[in-house]
Design a binder for this molecule. Structure first.
Ligand code: ADP
Ligand code: MG
Length: 317
């Protein structure tokens, strides 16, 4: 698509973006974004991560023209969202977090209507191709209300792509989507990215972002607390948990210092450690010294929510 400033290397450039939602009688005003800077390189897959309530959807909705920012500057594909809102919007396909769609149309009709809204001429429409790519061709003429949750979500992706935007934004795309469909969705997203589409996705699953995104911004309480290439970020998180099922039932957490163990309601011990500093073997030695036999063990990666809990816990103590 035409670009007013082809030299810009950014698909999205946001500087100092603030958003305060006005309060009501029932709820006070809420500062959802506190002046964030986010740069998304063209052609990349960018992850916007953070726990629920961090401000991710607010940011996406500002880009999409659904929420008005309080201040700051945003360009989308080189278009300022205040000065050229139409062009900025046309450069984006947005898959919203909430599934809300007209259930009285078939997927095929829905896509045709969407294409019409974006002024895509009939001969340029790719309705069946897009439905096919999303694994929905056999549902093209079914009613939307007959589709499963996963199918509805894929239909939202299809709708976001009807005008072939250079940027696709997915807000929590895998919430409520089962593993197989998730993989199918990601395969399609990766394919789009390979064909040149810039992808921005929000999620609160670190693992998912880790696998897909080249760069990640972490948002917390309306601030960007980290913005780094994924590899660097994940290395810096450096936190796993060893889950141990004791040979015999125990009633209190054993002393494993320097490690700490938490006794879970299911009788397992959760022992967090830093892979860069400690070996699982050291934890096992401490367990043995404390007289705890091991029936079974596994390690779990932290997800972002855990890491945030720890960070905020640390900040508060
Ligand atoms: P996320 O998508 O990261 O979960 P949101 O952007 O949805 O976060 O929300 C950020 C904060 O703004 C939350 O505290 C939320 O309650 C608040 N918020 C979101 N939308 C509105 C709204 N329309 N009116 C008032 N407050 C809102
Ligand atoms: Mg959200």
């Amino acid at each position: 698509m035409a670009d007013p400033n082809p030299s810009t290397q950014y698909a999205i450039a946001a500087r100092g973006v603030r958003k305060t939602y006005a309060g009501t009688k029932k709820s006070p005003a809420k500062e959802a974004l506190k002046g964030i800077d986010i740069l998304v390189r063209r052609g990349s897959i960018f992850g916007l991560l953070g726990p629920n309530g961090a401000g991710k959807s607010t940011f996406i909705n500002i880009l999409a023209g659904l929420v008005r920012k309080s201040s700051g500057e945003v360009t989308v594909w080189g278009f300022d969202i205040d000065k050229n809102p139409r062009q900025a919007r046309a450069a984006l396909g947005v898959v919203p977090q909430e599934i809300n769609m007209d259930v009285f149309f078939t997927p095929k009709e829905g896509l045709e209507i969407q294409a019409g809204l974006y002024g895509v001429p009939k001969e340029k429409r790719r309705t069946m191709e897009i439905l096919d790519a999303m694994g929905l061709s056999d549902k093209a003429n079914s009613y939307v209300r007959q589709l499963s949750g996963g199918m509805k979500r894929r239909l939202l992706v299809a709708k976001a792509m009807v005008h072939s935007p250079p940027i696709l934004i997915l807000d929590e795309p895998t919430a409520g989507v089962d593993i197989e469909l998730r993989k199918q969705l990601w395969d399609y997203v990766l394919e789009l990215n390979e064909s040149g589409v810039t992808i921005v996705l929000t999620t609160h699953y670190l693992e998912e972002a880790q696998e897909l995104c080249e760069e990640i911004a972490i948002v917390h309480n309306g601030d960007v607390v980290a913005c780094e290439p994924t590899e660097k970020l994940v290395a810096s998180l450096d936190r796993k948990t060893l889950m141990v099922t004791p040979l015999e039932e125990i009633t209190a957490s054993p002393d494993l210092s320097p490690f700490s163990a938490e006794l879970k309601p299911d009788g397992r011990l959760a022992i967090p450690y830093q892979p860069s500093k400690a070996q699982v073997a050291e934890i096992l030695e401490r367990l043995s010294a404390a007289g705890v036999g091991v029936r079974d063990l596994s390690t779990v990666e932290s997800d972002l929510e855990d890491v945030f809990l720890e960070l905020t816990y640390r900040a508060a103590s």
